[in-house]
Design a protein around this ligand. Structure first.
Ligand SMILES: CSCC[C@H](N)C(=O)N1CCC[C@H]1C(=O)O
Length: 339
């Protein structure tokens, strides 16, 4: 906060509220941080839960009482707010109720801190990924000609739910030509013999996410799709090998992109190499060409190059990695099949 030039901070982004307080219903919580300490604001539906989950002092109220109570603490202060997530209406509320505070837009302050995970967070992400690996191994035999994409997704979601988790995001099952859609959420399409099927899935367990993609073959795919698969695998393995503290995220992206470009697939790699994972599926660091982020021990990241050819199909292979002091630890263990 000192570096950001503020004396107070209004935290409204749910993952940041959770990170600061441990409160597991952060969409119904806000945090005010000042020199005097922090206060968790939530409403009476959560009186017991907040007391059980958070060591941060709490004030139970609904707006506008929330703002009126906080007004006391922000009088005469420079109060940062989260410009990347506070709504216009939310900012209007702050202006109305805190006329004596100077409101300062900030971007990514808490998100920056969240990039380095604690030992407990790493354990939680590992557990989420272990579950995802287990579920993928159970569902892999169901990915056959004649199966519908959405039945595979449903099977994944059901197994995650039965294990006490949830799906980190809508399961992506993109078969045949739908493989050209990086976010091809499962449809009613029936998988055909000779197709590649991209499955991108994550578990959300105790608030923490995992993220992994495997592209599998049903029968014998065409030589062209095999070539693309092996190019993506080569790019993925090279990028993984380079993961260690001090490496620039942009340089990692370039390693994978250069390999795909060498295979004539540079244009087909239409997204960034990866991203951080934690309380959110997509968080910092950003592994893209324009990123200034530098890897550090304790970050959890994905490496997920892909190649997408409209009307033909696509391939993505993604692993989840922990950056360690001396390199990295691959947290996802589902086999990458030879195609
Ligand atoms: C809808 S969440 C998607 C999770 C996935 N693993 C992922 O992060 N991506 C798939 C395509 C690229 C990358 C993304 O930037 O969304």
């Amino acid at each position: 906060m000192k570096e950001a030039g503020v004396t107070g901070l209004w935290v409204s982004h749910p993952a940041n509220v959770r990170a600061l307080t441990g409160f597991t219903s952060p969409e119904d919580g806000k945090v005010l941080v000042t020199a005097d300490g922090a206060t968790l604001y939530t409403d009476a539906r959560y009186t017991v839960q907040a007391r059980e989950e958070s060591g941060v002092p709490q004030f139970i109220a609904r707006p506008p009482e929330t703002f009126q109570h906080a007004a006391e603490g922000v009088r005469g202060q420079r109060v940062g707010f989260e410009a990347d997530s506070l709504t216009v209406a939310g900012l209007e509320d702050l202006k109305e109720h805190w006329p004596d505070a100077e409101l300062v837009p900030l971007r990514g302050l808490i998100q920056g801190l969240r990039q380095i995970k604690t030992a407990d967070e790493i354990a939680a992400i590992r557990a989420a990924q272990d579950l995802a690996d287990q579920v993928f191994s159970e569902v892999r035999p169901l990915i056959v000609a004649g199966a519908r994409e959405l039945d595979i997704a449903l099977e994944i979601e059901t197994r995650l739910r039965k294990a006490g988790a949830g799906s980190a995001f809508g399961v992506i099952v993109a078969s045949g030509p739908r493989g050209a859609m990086p976010h091809g959420h499962a449809s009613a399409r029936v998988i055909e013999d000779g197709e590649l099927v991209t499955v991108d899935m994550g578990a959300k367990l105790n608030g923490y996410n995992s993220d992994m993609t495997r592209t599998v073959a049903v029968g014998q795919p065409s030589d062209e799709m095999k070539r693309i698969y092996n190019a993506v695998l080569e790019a993925e393995e090279a990028a993984i090998k380079a993961v260690k503290p001090g490496v620039r995220a942009a340089d990692l992206d370039k390693i994978a992109r250069d390999i795909l470009t060498g295979h004539g697939l540079g244009e087909a790699f239409v997204h960034s190499l990866g991203h951080g994972v934690g309380l959110e599926v997509h968080e910092g660091p950003g592994l893209r060409g324009t990123s200034d982020d530098v890897l550090a021990a304790g970050m959890v990241i994905t490496i997920e190059p892909g190649a997408y050819l409209p009307d033909v199909g696509g391939v993505r292979i993604e692993d989840l990695l922990l950056v360690t002091e001396d390199g990295h630890d691959v947290l996802s263990h589902s086999p990458k099949e030879a195609i």
